[in-house]
Write a protein that binds this ligand. Structure first.
Ligand SMILES: CCCCCCCC/C=C\CCCCCCCC(=O)SCCNC(=O)CCNC(=O)[C@H](O)C(C)(C)COP(=O)(O)OP(=O)(O)OC[C@H]1O[C@@H](n2cnc3c(N)ncnc32)[C@H](O)[C@@H]1OP(=O)(O)O
Ligand SMILES: CCCCCCCCCCCCCCCC(=O)OC[C@@H](O)COP(=O)(O)O
Length: 278
């Protein structure tokens, strides 16, 4: 009787849901994004105990475990990463890695090539994303308050010390926020201050545009191929605070050109080059 009742409700509901998903692209898009969030939450909840058992607490060593779990996600979403220039990561000791940031899917591209002993800088709000916040904390992600430059600056100077004493690399999204509009936002300066203050190289990494397979405005989320290029390190030894703007501009120009090249899009014309962050 009970299983009969269940069938009576569950089957038509499932059919209705399938029909709705078929009919509404918006709903289908949302369901797919939601499935990604659910996957992240679930995988984090399962991986957190493994991190605790293996490494005992918050440490960059946990990134290896997290990386290996996340690397399997791409198969579920039909994503392929074609990576070039990985040899540039083979620098001795710490460095600052800067890359472009398009969407929450970037986390997969990040883990695809993440070198050993590398932590990311993230907005503090991410700490409250349930198990995802927990796993980021355990992996050693450094959280900053973007609304307070002075707070972010003081956190970052602490990072500089830890980088050299503990030999860690730091991954920063210098755009400071996600941007999926097919161009790069002007860069914030924190990453470049950090590199110069600690006299470590900057390694730019560029991911091609997602717009052909992921576009919230067009409810598009299909399988796709992402081209990734790790660019040669830019050395900062001998540079001082006065060189920050130039270093930032050099990285921005190189990365933007690489972004257009990898994405197969022409450089934007009609003077739309955004102002560089001053
Ligand atoms: C097992 C399954 C698991 C599944 C789940 C997955 C888990 C995976 C685990 C782990 C993955 C983790 C993935 C994390 C991803 C996170 C991504 C994000 O959250 S992106 C947002 C946050 N990131 C940033 O914002 C960084 C970039 N921002 C900066 O570097 C900024 O510069 C910042 C925040 C430090 C300040 O921002 P301003 O908005 O105030 O802008 P400005 O123009 O840069 O700075 C203002 C003035 O301060 C100076 N300044 C900045 N930093 C300075 C410094 N360190 N020292 C001295 N002066 C500094 C600048 O030169 C500027 O001054 P003048 O205009 O030049 O005079
Ligand atoms: C209980 C709480 C429920 C919350 C569920 C949320 C689960 C979301 C899982 C997504 C995990 C992916 C993490 C990638 C981090 C990321 O890419 O964050 C975006 C920020 O860089 C930029 O922020 P923004 O300024 O908003 O563009």
């Amino acid at each position: 009787m009970e299983s009969g009742g269940l069938l009576l409700w569950a089957l038509p509901s499932a059919l209705l849901l399938a029909l709705l998903l078929q009919l509404s692209p918006r709903l289908r898009f949302r369901a797919k994004v939601l499935s990604y969030c659910a996957l992240c939450l679930m995988a984090s909840a399962l991986t957190a105990p493994a991190c605790l058992l293996w490494n005992g607490g918050r440490t960059v060593e946990n990134m290896r475990i997290i990386k290996n779990v996340v690397r399997s996600f791409k198969y579920l979403y039909g994503l392929r990463f074609d990576v070039k220039g990985l040899e540039h990561f083979q620098v001795e000791g710490p460095c600052v890695i800067v890359s472009n940031h398009q969407s929450v899917l970037d986390m997969m591209g990040l883990m695809e090539i993440l070198p050993d002993r590398c932590v990311q800088i993230g907005k503090r709000e991410l700490l409250y994303f349930g198990s995802v916040g927990l796993i980021m904390y355990l992996g050693g992600v450094i959280f900053i308050n973007r609304k307070s430059t002075s707070n972010a600056k003081s956190v970052m100077s602490g990072v500089g010390q830890a980088m050299t004493t503990d030999n860690v690399k730091v991954w920063i999204y210098p755009e400071g926020t996600r941007n999926g509009n097919g161009d790069l936002l002007p860069f914030k300066k924190g990453a470049f201050h950090l590199a110069i203050q600690t006299q470590v190289p900057v390694i730019p990494v560029v991911y091609s545009s997602f717009t052909t397979f992921y576009n919230p405005e067009k409810n598009l989320f299909t399988s796709g191929r992402i081209r990734v290029e790790v660019l040669p390190p830019i050395h900062t030894s001998g540079m001082t605070a006065t060189d920050v703007t130039e270093l930032c501009d050099t990285c921005y120009t190189t990365m933007r050109e690489t972004f257009f090249r990898l994405s197969g899009t022409a450089r934007r014309v009609n003077g739309s080059t955004p102002h560089l962050a001053q």
